[in-house]
Design a protein. Structure first.
Length: 469
């Protein structure tokens, strides 16, 4: 059988390299043993090439990147061992076919050659996300052509689809391909962890390891967004691409080991392909469930949210700005500041608002800010016709802001905050995913206002909101 024949999840702490880790290697001996087992499995399979998926190469917000030099080189100089070097040939034919196939599916794939690297000011070197697992393959006597992929900050669905394209290209070229998804889990397991401590880190790792071990891949898509943010991980996007490459394949395997003695979760998993399944793909199942859930949301949405959605849909279809209903709901007849948030697959798609009323009533404020959130949020491309059936909305009607003396009067779950200094002001709504403490809430509001994180000569205000979904 050709195509994708093996896939593995590998952590990438440089201390896994014996010459770097020295005595610390003893604390992650289970991980080391599992890495050796993966390398031996790949040697036995004898693939034609290796695809690596790293979160530490050139990472772009809107594209997946592939280092595209005929000779791929990397070393561990950033970790004190420039003498440990690895060198590979690029599998050019596969790389070219993959980039073309992905771009044809509107998944932007950037091939990084030397000229592009200079222009973008990125390094043409294999990063440690590639080098750590490949070190173990080298020690096992495996030296194959490489396709070094770096994740993009795309949706999980797009990354999964990219993985499916890897599988398709491998089959079309009749190559035996082994995939290594390089990524660590939570970086917040202990007080001395790189990302600081967060109790949600352990919760995230336990859930993800269980899902990987039981091959319950659909549940990985259902992981709570807030939990992912609080975990501070770097492995989920590489995992999504790997899972896409396993779509509709019969597989054996699971998690070989998990440990986190340095405050970072290290999981090693392996999956051997035994055949193909003639069934509905995972994304098809997920999309079907999402459509059912979205239909339920539409049936239960409030009149406030319906007004926001209708404003966007009517404008995008007919370029008309709707008027409020003839019989306006009493709660929409007053005046207030309003924020409208738009989501796609649970991810923010646009958010614009006004802290004080600018329109004759709340209904008109909602209409105006809905259009701004859909088409004028500078962080996102304007909403387009093809996606309006996938969008959900929430509307926050702001209460009157009151001045407070210190952050002790704040509660990120109950109050929004306004930070002012002179003409600069930044606002953050309450009860947002990932904003679980007052310090973070104020820091984000400062950043939005262009106020230094260390500057405490500020004016603070708090406000409540009525949130409609």
């Amino acid at each position: 059988m050709n195509g994708v024949v093996f896939a593995a999840l590998s952590p990438h702490p440089p201390v896994l390299i014996p010459e770097i880790g020295t005595e610390e290697l003893a604390y992650i001996n289970k991980t080391k043993s599992s890495m050796q087992k993966v390398a031996n499995q790949i040697k036995k399979i004898d693939p034609d090439m290796i695809v690596t998926i790293s979160p530490h190469g050139p990472v772009f917000s809107d594209a997946i990147s592939i280092l595209s030099s005929k000779e791929l080189i990397g070393d561990f100089k950033n970790f004190g061992r420039s003498d440990i070097k690895l060198k590979y040939e690029l599998e050019e034919k596969f790389t070219s076919k993959l980039a073309v196939a992905a771009n044809s599916q509107d998944i932007v794939t950037a091939r990084i050659d030397k000229a592009t690297a200079r222009k973008l000011e990125v390094k043409m070197e294999l990063d440690h996300g590639v080098l750590v697992p490949m070190y173990y393959l080298e020690k096992a006597g495996i030296h194959k052509p490489l396709v070094p992929i770096t994740i993009g900050m795309l949706s999980y669905e797009e990354l999964y689809t990219f993985g499916k394209i890897i599988q398709l290209v491998a089959e079309n070229l009749d190559y035996k391909v082994a995939i290594i998804a390089s990524g660590d889990l939570s970086h917040r397991l202990t007080s001395d962890a790189p990302g600081g401590f967060n109790p949600k880190g352990e919760v995230f790792d336990n859930k993800l390891v269980k899902n990987l071990d039981n091959m319950e891949f659909e549940k990985i898509f259902d992981l709570d967004k807030s939990l992912i943010t609080q975990a501070g991980e770097c492995g989920l996007r590489p995992i999504m691409i790997m899972l896409g490459a396993l779509d509709r394949l019969d597989i054996d395997g699971g998690v070989l080991s998990y440990e986190g003695p340095f405050g970072v979760g290290y999981a090693v998993a392996n999956y051997q392909i035994t055949g193909k399944r003639d069934e509905e793909g995972l994304l098809d199942k997920i999309n079907k469930k999402r459509k059912e859930k979205l239909l339920e949301v539409r049936e239960n949405e409030s009149e406030v949210v319906k007004l926001a959605r209708q404003a966007v849909e009517e404008y995008i279809k007919n370029r008309n700005i709707i008027d409020p209903p003839a019989k306006i709901d009493p709660e929409l007849a007053d005046r207030a500041g309003v924020f409208v948030s738009i989501y796609k697959n649970g991810n923010l798609r646009g958010c614009i608002g006004t802290t004080n009323p600018t329109q004759a009533n709340i209904a008109r404020e909602i209409i105006k800010n809905s259009l701004s959130a859909a088409f004028e949020d500078p962080r996102f491309e304007p909403v387009n016709l093809n996606e309006i059936d996938e969008l959900t909305y929430s509307v926050d009607i702001l209460g009157e802001a009151e001045i407070i003396k210190n952050i002790e009067s704040l509660n990120p779950n109950k109050y929004g905050v306004i930070v002012r200094k002179g003409e600069r002001a930044g606002l953050l709504l309450p009860n947002l995913e990932g904003v679980d403490n007052v310090k973070k809430q104020v820091e984000i509001a400062k950043r939005k206002a262009g106020i230094s994180k260390e500057d405490n000569d500020i004016e603070l205000m708090r406000f409540t909101v009525t949130r409609y979904k």
